[in-house]
Ligand binder design. Structure first.
Ligand code: NIG
Ligand code: FE
Length: 408
């Protein structure tokens, strides 16, 4: 099946084949084609060009009616498999408690772990799939999902099996991350739990081939650099590439340990100094910022502009989770990046598409308009330019979602 999208005002996010991420000044560019068409063949982007050269031998046309065409969002950091919600803690926060104070009172991640334990795998799948579908409707086409609300071997495996089932059932591209080291599970000492994660959980996860990546919450009050080192080494033995939670609550050393282990990404980075920027220079690791949790928890926003000026790339993700970012809206992430982190619309686009795809190891497959990549696309309503998307940040902008070449 060959479908041609015609009368596109602008195709944005065009990237040459083989470019897997953007860094430094490359962040300031996006390939744009005006007054264009794009041909989808099966599930792939087959060709694109200017309207004067539109192909005629196709099976169907879609008239874009002067909308923009862009790659679907890639969301490289989410925790959408969880049970219930935590709106009680939302009120605690309004009344003045911090994220750490709520966690110390047994709320936070442990609260979600208790609920998850009581919830059947079937019900967990139902709730999580609803969130995934909501994200797809909002324009995400590739989504990383973490475990980390199990906090014992059986419940971590339960979460990862739910993610596997979601991956099989959704048109979105899904990657799974094992985050057993999200908090110390109830009933364990710190050391017992780190040992459990490294010596029991990781082999069990690997045995069922349930995860692509391993993650550790390397931060004040959670896991130390030494714990992280140990867990990442265990993961490496099973081919699990690291993605790290680092520098959210404190300058934790998480960035440096992530870089040392060639992490695919280090995420959060609300608290970073120039030493973290230095550590990332020349590395394979994608710094990933999560403005949704800055917004929701009232934390500083990541220093995205400084990173770009230092020659680094930046990815942006939603961190969708019940405690620090109860939203998977990547358009809002883009808006926060522009409004609060002072990225341009083009920089933000690169961060929510190609670089976020890189941060979940799929930028050879999605994240840009490139011949041969999956046709995961957003066709917008008529808009003047890309900048309208973060600027009119509440006005509906999506006309049609296309995943794997199919209209949704
Ligand atoms: O990325 N920071 C650690 N983990 C999540 C929050 C999880 C939760 O509060 O449930 C995050 O923000
Ligand atoms: Fe997170």
């Amino acid at each position: 099946m060959r479908t041609c999208i015609s009368h596109i005002r602008e195709i944005v996010g065009i990237v040459p084949q083989g470019v897997l991420r953007k860094q430094g000044v490359e962040m300031n560019e996006t390939g744009i084609l005006h007054d264009a068409w794009l041909l989808i063949d099966g599930d792939r982007i087959a060709a694109f060009g200017e309207m004067s050269s539109m192909p005629t031998d196709v099976d169907a046309y879609i008239n874009a009616e002067e909308g923009l065409l862009m790659p679907s969002f890639c969301d490289s950091h989410t925790h959408i498999v969880y049970a219930g919600s935590r709106e009680g803690e939302f009120l605690d926060k309004i009344n003045g408690l911090s994220y750490e104070q709520i966690a110390r009172r047994g709320g936070g991640i442990l609260n979600s772990a208790d609920r998850l334990h009581e919830t059947s795998e079937e019900e967990l799948y139902r709730q999580s799939m609803e969130r995934l579908n909501e994200m797809i409707q909002k324009g995400s086409g590739a989504i990383e999902i973490k475990s980390g609300y199990g906090l014992n071997t059986q419940d971590e495996l339960k979460m990862l099996r739910v993610i596997r089932r979601m991956r099989e059932q959704t048109p979105a591209l899904v990657r799974a991350t094992f985050l057993g080291a999200h908090a110390i599970g109830r009933g364990y000492t710190h050391d017992e739990y780190v040992r459990l994660v490294a010596d029991e959980m990781i082999p069990a996860v690997a045995k069922e081939n349930l995860a692509d990546f391993v993650d550790v919450f390397c931060d004040d009050g959670f896991f130390t650099v030494e714990d992280t080192d140990r867990i990442l080494r265990a993961g490496e033995q099973y081919g699990l590439r690291p993605k790290i939670h680092a520098n959210e609550l404190a300058v934790s050393g998480g960035v440096q340990i992530g870089v040392k282990h060639q992490a695919l990404s280090v995420d959060h980075l609300e608290k970073t100094t120039d030493a973290e920027i230095e550590a990332l220079r020349g590395s394979v690791t994608m710094p990933t910022m999560l403005p949704g949790s800055s917004f929701f928890l009232g934390l500083p926003y990541g220093r995205a502009k400084d990173f770009v000026e230092a020659g680094l790339g930046v990815a942006l993700a939603s961190d969708y989770n019940p405690g620090s970012s109860p939203s998977g809206d990547m358009r809002f992430v883009m808006a926060m990046a522009c409004i609060r982190m002072r990225l341009t619309a083009v920089q933000a686009l690169n961060a929510v598409t190609l670089n976020s795809a890189y941060a979940m190891g799929v930028s050879d497959e999605v994240g840009s308009i490139t011949v041969g990549k999956r046709a995961n696309l957003i066709l917008t309503r008529p808009l003047n330019s890309l900048t309208m998307i973060p600027y009119m940040y509440q006005t509906p902008f999506i006309k049609q979602i296309i995943l794997n070449g199919k209209l949704l």
